[in-house]
Design a protein around this ligand. Structure first.
Ligand code: NAI
Ligand code: MG
Length: 351
């Protein structure tokens, strides 16, 4: 199998960690005869903007649409271009135009890494977030009434998108611990959340082997901090998923290890894999960026293309490396980006 991958290192440490992760993927392809990658690099970034006046050319999306997946580093360098221009001109454009309506973020206790939790207890969970509608709709407005000013923001939950994200979560759960928790708030939000619960129940009927449970978002967020090991797959609306996935990155111990996927479910366009962190302007060029977020992101790309077995080997190797404390400064270590990457490559070759 040959995967055509568009790589967009982007800005800042994206240019340091994307090549590192590509080295890892090339090693995997050398080791496994059946799998190879055809990488094409695109220079879309703030530097590109300074030269061309746009984050990507007019036919940029068309060019990217030919690929199996997009592998992105980070976008944004406010010293060069205001964030709203760089993010909306590239990252958000790709997510929207390529109908990447679901965001997936794992959170797992990596051995050897200090979680800020008192009792991290080996958590290993996956937040599946609806990423196209819900609370982040553009429907609403501001009105004046009885000498008061009122802002109204409508939540939009379509059956199609709600079912889509739930099915996606259940499908993932069947490959894991077979548990799905729904983030709800139907005790306080009277139209959208009871609907969310109803669709959750309907979809769960199609997955009799998967255990289900639903929790109100407030209690659920507290459990993330007190007992995250009780969760396997979580499914959440746009706002609730946004919050949960950041808490998930937080409890891992460093934003530098957290991966993410933006998934196009209908297969019409490529999905995009990117770490949670940004371009980290404060450490650019020092060679100390943690490459694990980007390398774990590569594992998600492998999983997405059905290479779960190799993906698991890669995650095992990442865990061995952190367990032996071959880690960068954000995790309290002294190792460089290159040393961590080389160690992961060395261990992959030894498998
Ligand atoms: P950031 O994630 O770039 O940095 C936050 C802190 O975490 C910094 O102290 C940084 O040094 C550290 N950090 C992040 N990744 C790390 C890594 N791999 N290894 C070691 N330390 C790491 O977030 P910030 O500073 O808010 O944003 C910087 C720029 O990145 C902005 O222009 C922002 O818009 C953009 N950004 C882009 C994202 C994306 O492309 N998806 C996501 C978040 C921010
Ligand atoms: Mg967020």
């Amino acid at each position: 199998k040959k995967l055509k991958i568009a790589s967009i290192p982007g800005d800042g440490i994206g240019k340091e960690v994307v090549p590192a992760a590509i080295d890892v993927l090339e090693t995997i392809s050398d080791l496994h005869g059946g799998l190879s990658f055809d990488f094409t690099e695109f220079p879309y970034s703030c530097d590109y903007y300074l030269e061309h006046g746009e984050m990507m050319p007019e036919d940029g999306l068309k060019r990217l649409s030919d690929f199996d997946s997009i592998f992105l580093g980070a976008v944004g360098d406010a010293n060069l271009v205001p964030d709203h221009i760089s993010l909306w001109g590239l990252l958000i454009k790709i997510r929207r135009e390529f109908e990447q309506t679901i965001n997936v973020r794992p959170a797992k206790q990596l051995p050897g890494i200090q979680s800020p939790l008192v009792n991290p207890n080996d958590f290993d969970l996956l937040v599946v977030r609806e990423n196209s509608e819900g609370e982040y709709s553009s429907i609403g407005g501001r009105i004046y009434r009885d000498e008061d000013e009122i802002a109204i923001q409508n939540n939009v939950f379509s059956r199609k998108a709600t079912e889509r994200v739930m099915r996606f979560a259940f499908d993932l759960a069947t490959k894991r611990q077979k548990r799905v928790t729904s983030a709800t708030k139907s005790n306080g939000i009277v139209y959208s959340m009871p609907f969310w619960d109803e669709v959750f129940k309907d979809v769960s009927n199609d997955y009799p082997d998967v255990e289900t449970d639903q929790q109100h978002i407030d209690a659920l967020t507290a459990f993330f901090v007190t007992n995250p090991s009780r969760f396997d797959v979580l499914v959440a609306s746009n706002l609730f998923g946004d919050i949960l996935s950041d808490v998930g990155a937080g409890i891992m111990g460093s934003i530098g290890v957290a991966p993410a996927g933006n998934i196009n479910v209908n297969g019409k366009y490529p999905s995009m894999f990117e770490p949670v962190h940004g371009s980290a302007p404060d450490i650019i060029g020092k060679g100390i960026a943690n490459p694990i977020g980007q390398i774990w992101t590569a594992k998600m790309l492998l999983d997405h293309h059905g290479e779960e077995e190799i993906g698991q080997v890669l995650l095992d190797v990442i865990e061995e490396t952190t367990s032996d404390r071959i880690v960068t400064a954000d995790l309290g270590g002294k190792h460089t980006t290159k040393e961590v990457t080389d160690e992961i490559i060395k261990r992959l070759k030894a498998k």
